[in-house]
Design a protein around this ligand. Structure first.
Ligand SMILES: [Mg+2]
Length: 499
């Protein structure tokens, strides 16, 4: 199975901090908490090696990036064959947060009493005791159950927008303990979705799926970008509805957040074709941006106004160290960094032909920047299938293991379940996970995807995939419900039913 190159992963385990030594090769300039290093490809991000900071995910410079000017084929036809190097391949390293430092985001969204398990009896404390007794008698199966985990894509797997995929609800019941052992199977959610705070997203998902979901199990495309709040104070945040991404950035701890509307309200001539409403003017926060250095650009979600956002981003990328109204003499050394939360070219919507997404917006910017300056735009991309996102998923999984099993350890057998071969499957395959492709979303093909085949197989829906994986790890006769009548203490014979 193809994997990320060894140079990407380094010799250490996924939970260990990697490659901070590499960053020391770069010349450092001081920043707020850490340092920014200026390497041969512009402002590379270096992580201080204090054992406490974020984890650095080293990036490689791919041969494709070397060979092609700016629109390399990875962005246009994502294929496992072409994707041996990461698309973060312009020399910039990506920080991701340590999942344990989660106080700002941590919250569990349990359903109200009346919403719990409709159609099923309420969970009684006696059930936990019963499950503990069952588990005491089935050591091997319990060990196997704690050594497996699921990573779910959301849209096209568990839900379609706001609509439940019925098998998704059943899957979460099974993984939350309605199984032969009455045991919780660790699972997290990994989506390229964006544009809302994690808590709001999780709340919505909990309601649709009728299961409690914690923000600590949940990764959307910009979640790992909260690590960047340690490095930049004043940032431009782009994309999303209204001011929602400003809210997201505030939650991540960014201190000084500017959105394009603030800049248009300060100087409407910056975006000559923009019709700026009175309402927008009232809600914007204009300042004299000719006196402010913006340190980095963060595209958190899809742009709602390509013309204005692209103009402002290109202005900033061409400026002297992020000062609007200036043009840098050297476009590379004075350029501020730009980060994208994900790289999907297209996104399925209710429109019959998929709509352009952040990847298309980025390619447009790259082409404009190249045409205006003659140099390639160095940029960093998070989200599936980028390595940083999978590294972060490991952190979140290990931390979730501690939450449910009091054992901060990464399970050995991880199953990614997704509907999109070009992001869910390719990324999972490269990261060494078992991958399951479901037919409830993007994938409409034959036996398996030709470019990025799922390693564990193709399934009609998420329930079939989860059951197949659990049978593989826990035995073909494993039962997908918890029998409340079993009492292994009083009825010793029933042991045969659970071993
Ligand atoms: Mg999907």
């Amino acid at each position: 199975m193809p994997t990320f190159d060894d140079s990407d992963l380094g010799p250490q385990s996924p939970l260990q901090k990697t490659a901070s030594r590499d960053s020391q090769r770069h010349q450092r300039i001081p920043s707020r908490h850490g340092s920014l290093a200026v390497g041969s490809y512009g402002a590379n991000l270096a992580i201080p090696d204090d054992g406490e900071g974020p984890i650095e995910v080293p990036a490689t410079r791919s041969s494709i990036a070397d060979a092609q000017a700016y629109m390399h084929s990875l962005s246009l036809s994502p294929s496992m064959r072409d994707r041996r190097g990461s698309r973060n391949s312009f020399g910039a390293a990506l920080p991701i947060p340590r999942s344990k430092r989660r106080s700002r985001l941590s919250s569990v969204h349990y359903l109200g009493e009346t919403e719990q398990r409709p159609g099923l009896p309420p969970v009684q404390p006696s059930r936990e005791i019963l499950a503990a007794q069952v588990q005491d008698l089935a050591h091997e199966k319990v060990r196997a159950a704690k050594d497996m985990a699921f990573v779910f894509d959301i849209d096209g797997v568990l839900v379609h927008g706001d609509r439940l995929i019925p098998e998704g609800k059943r899957v979460l019941e099974i993984l939350n303990g309605d199984n032969q052992l009455g045991i919780k199977i660790p699972h997290i959610f990994l989506t390229n979705g964006s544009g809302k705070p994690e808590a709001a997203r999780v709340d919505q998902l909990s309601k649709i799926l009728h299961s409690p979901i914690s923000t600590d199990q949940f990764i959307q495309s910009h979640t790992p970008m909260r690590a960047l709040a340690e490095y930049y104070k004043t940032v431009l945040v782009v994309g999303g509805e209204g001011y929602k991404c400003r809210e997201v950035a505030e939650e991540y701890g960014f201190q000084d957040i500017i959105v394009p509307n603030d800049i248009v309200a300060w100087d409407p001539t910056i975006a000559p074709y923009r019709v700026f409403t009175e309402e927008e003017r009232k809600t914007a926060r204009p300042r004299d941006f000719s006196k402010i250095n913006i340190e980095a650009i963060m595209v958190f979600s899809d742009s709602r106004d390509y013309a204005t956002d692209m103009q402002i981003i290109v202005d900033l990328l061409r400026s002297e160290n992020g000062r609007l109204g200036t043009i840098a003499k050297d476009p590379v050394s004075q350029r501020i960094p730009i980060y994208f939360s994900q790289g999907d070219l297209l996104c399925p919507t209710e429109h019959p032909i998929p709509r352009m997404s952040q990847g298309a917006f980025r390619i447009g910017l790259e082409a404009m920047y190249k045409a205006l300056t003659g140099v390639d735009l160095e940029r960093v991309v998070y989200g599936k299938p980028e390595l940083a996102t999978y590294k972060y998923a490991d952190e979140v999984l290990a931390s979730w293991m501690e939450e449910i099993h009091n054992d901060q350890r990464l399970p050995s057998n991880i199953y990614m379940i997704g509907d999109n071969p070009a992001s869910d499957i390719i990324g999972g395959n490269m990261y060494g996970w078992n991958t399951c492709l479901v037919r409830t979303g993007v994938f409409q093909g034959g036996e398996n995807d030709e470019e990025n085949p799922a390693s564990f197989g193709v399934f009609a829906n998420v329930l079939e995939a989860v059951q197949a994986a659990m049978r593989k790890e826990l035995g073909q006769d494993f039962k997908f419900n918890f029998d409340e009548r079993i009492n292994p203490v009083l009825h010793g014979n029933s042991m045969s039913a659970i071993e």
